[in-house]
Design a protein around this ligand. Structure first.
Ligand code: NAD
Length: 329
């Protein structure tokens, strides 16, 4: 198939380029928007990522160009208008799972970095300042960790935390038997929030989970607890998190995601000004540790994403030529 690959980053190009024999891929650096959608002209499929715009007007523009397939190289589909795609007859593929360890281990890295003050410690060493004054951290052993969403990533994260000697509480609309067997206790959300020293988000962003941690929910969390968000920025009310941190009503926030990250993440603004006040509050807050959506960024995950997506695109192509009308996701 001829695939227009939007918002191409150098780190992923190599993993997809090896499939050029199977499909013809045009790498485009621009983000997919209504304006840039014209770059898909002459292709049959579009490949996009979390920061691309797959709203109804963009899907309509793609349909007019004859695009019948959008292949998302990610798990979450919160930036895709699935209803509009269905109405327009555009098939949406995504990567249902890839190394859950990539994101789970990044969440652990954020947590460890936060509780042991690693960013500040490293900065000091770079400056030749070997003082450890003010770097006192805390053990994770024996702490209660509350996991919201126990799918692929939530389960991988829970197992690592069990290995640390933590007590695990979980909340999910569909409990995982494997975690129950491992001694994880499923509890209602208010109890998880009230008892956890670490609250870690691993559910998708949906209408039900949008701002799941709003001001009311944050008020139920222990004032010393750390909220860990490696899932989606929209799962929390960022301003309410920052206000709680300022009031010392929350211990810390460590995140790999931000609600308005599309405008900023995965691009270099070091010589320009960042004009997003909430993002600036996050960046400069002494009790926030933020990375720019890199949880998926391991060699293993990138390899699996490319392999899974190309396999599905080939299956879609074959099933169409054999006259199968519906492709299972
Ligand atoms: P998954 O589908 O395997 O698991 C999601 C879990 O959330 C499921 O167990 C589901 O039952 C649960 N869930 C759904 N709605 C819920 C609700 N209302 N309340 C409680 N639980 C609910 O997905 P996954 O592979 O584990 O990924 C989880 C999320 O991680 C993705 O949706 C995505 O937002 C995020 N993610 C982030 C990165 C990154 O680079 N930071 C990379 C991949 C995925």
């Amino acid at each position: 198939m001829k695939i227009a690959f939007f918002s191409t980053a150098a780190y992923e190009r190599d993993w997809f380029i090896r499939y050029q024999g199977h499909h013809t891929i045009t790498f485009i650096e621009d983000l997919l928007t209504e304006q840039t959608s014209q770059l898909a002209s002459g292709h049959e499929a579009v490949c996009a990522f979390v920061e691309d715009d797959l709203s109804e007007p963009v899907l309509q523009a793609l349909k007019r160009l004859g695009i019948g397939l959008v292949a998302m190289r990610c798990v979450g589909l919160d930036n895709v208008d699935l209803e509009a795609a269905e109405t327009l007859g555009i098939t949406i593929l995504h990567v249902p799972a890839y190394s859950p360890y990539s994101v789970a281990e990044h969440a652990v890295a954020l947590l460890m970095g936060f509780v042991r003050n690693l960013p500040l410690a490293h900065q000091r060493v770079l400056q030749g300042n070997f003082s450890i004054h003010g770097l006192t951290g805390q053990d994770l052993h024996g702490k209660t960790v509350g996991v919201i969403g126990t799918g692929h990533i939530g389960q991988a994260f829970s197992r690592i935390m069990l290995g640390f000697g933590c007590r695990l509480l979980a909340y999910d609309i569909k409990p995982a038997q494997a975690l129950l067997n491992a001694g994880v206790e499923y509890v209602p959300l208010p109890r998880l929030l009230a008892e956890s020293d670490v609250v870690s988000l691993h559910c998708p962003l949906t209408a039900q989970t949008n701002q799941l941690l709003n001001a009311d929910a944050i008020a139920q969390i222990k004032p010393t607890a750390i909220v860990l968000n490696s899932s989606r920025g929209g799962l929390v009310d960022t301003t309410a998190i920052l206000n709680a941190l300022d009031r010392k009503a929350l211990g810390g926030y460590a995140a790999d995601v931000y609600a308005d990250e599309k405008k900023w993440f995965h691009r270099d603004f070091s010589n320009k000004s960042v004009t997003d006040e909430t993002l600036n509050r996050l960046r400069s807050h002494p009790r926030v540790l933020l990375t720019a959506h890199q949880g998926f960024l391991t060699q293993e995950a990138l390899q699996q994403i490319a392999h899974s997506l190309i396999l599905q695109i080939s299956f879609y192509q074959n099933s169409r030529s054999e006259g199968i009308s519906k492709v299972s996701m």
